[in-house]
Ligand binder design. Sequence first.
Ligand code: SIN
Length: 282
Amino acid sequence: MSYETITVKPIAGALGAEIGGVDLREPLSNQQAAEVHQAFLDHCAIYVRDQDLGPEDIMRYARYFAEPSDYPFVEGIPGYPQIFELRKEPEMADNVGGAWHSDTTYLDKPPVGTMLYAREVPAYGGDTMVANQYLAYEALSDGMKRMLDGLVGVYSAGMRRDGGRSGRAENKYMKMKGTEEAEKYIAEHPVVRTHPGTGRKALYVNNRHTIRFKGWTDEESRPLIDWLQVHCTRPEFTARIRWEKGTITIWDNRCCQHFAINDYTGQRRVLWRLPVGAELPV
Ligand code: SIN
């Protein structure tokens, strides 16, 4: 696709692009908004650099993709319940999102996208990896595709697929809510979903939240979930988003997994995070 009002620079062979030519402190023109949305569909994860944004600007940008939605377990910043702060201070060991996953797949209608805005970044490290789940599906054999096409996954917020507690990193800087109710968040979705915007099929399994396949035991499910997780995140399906202060990113949870790399202990990293949209996977 050719773009007339924005620039779109791919950052890897699999997915990811840097968008230029927009100032997100102002509303986008209709054509810019349409082209940014098209770039999101074409590249699965897009970012814009050097943006000096407040919460209103972020909410306005999010609405070019879908209506902002809620994250069930962390309180938002004052006045903006849907935006919460991801903060890792120098003395903290754990980060949030330090395992491959797609966001909140245990909701009946998981978010279409996740938007993150970098307010403070480490001098090095703290990148986020993304992985293209269309490519992961397309690389499977016809036999595996046939089996997965009919499968339904069971996704849980409370338990990992190995039976342990889900690794939701709680820290004193993030005001948690509802974590005692995590067990109640359980959903069933197709293991192969069709993206409504592109018509392409994508794998929708992650070993953080997918606990079994419907009609299978946990023991039967685990080896396949584990194999799929390794397959889904093969290096040639991935890209790395390198944060700078003022970078704003959105990835498409319908066709991406992501992984926040925890390699910056001793440094601070502060991002605002906003789930965007809510859609039934089909
Ligand atoms: C997440 O939402 O999983 C965290 C992403 C990040 O901090 O890069």
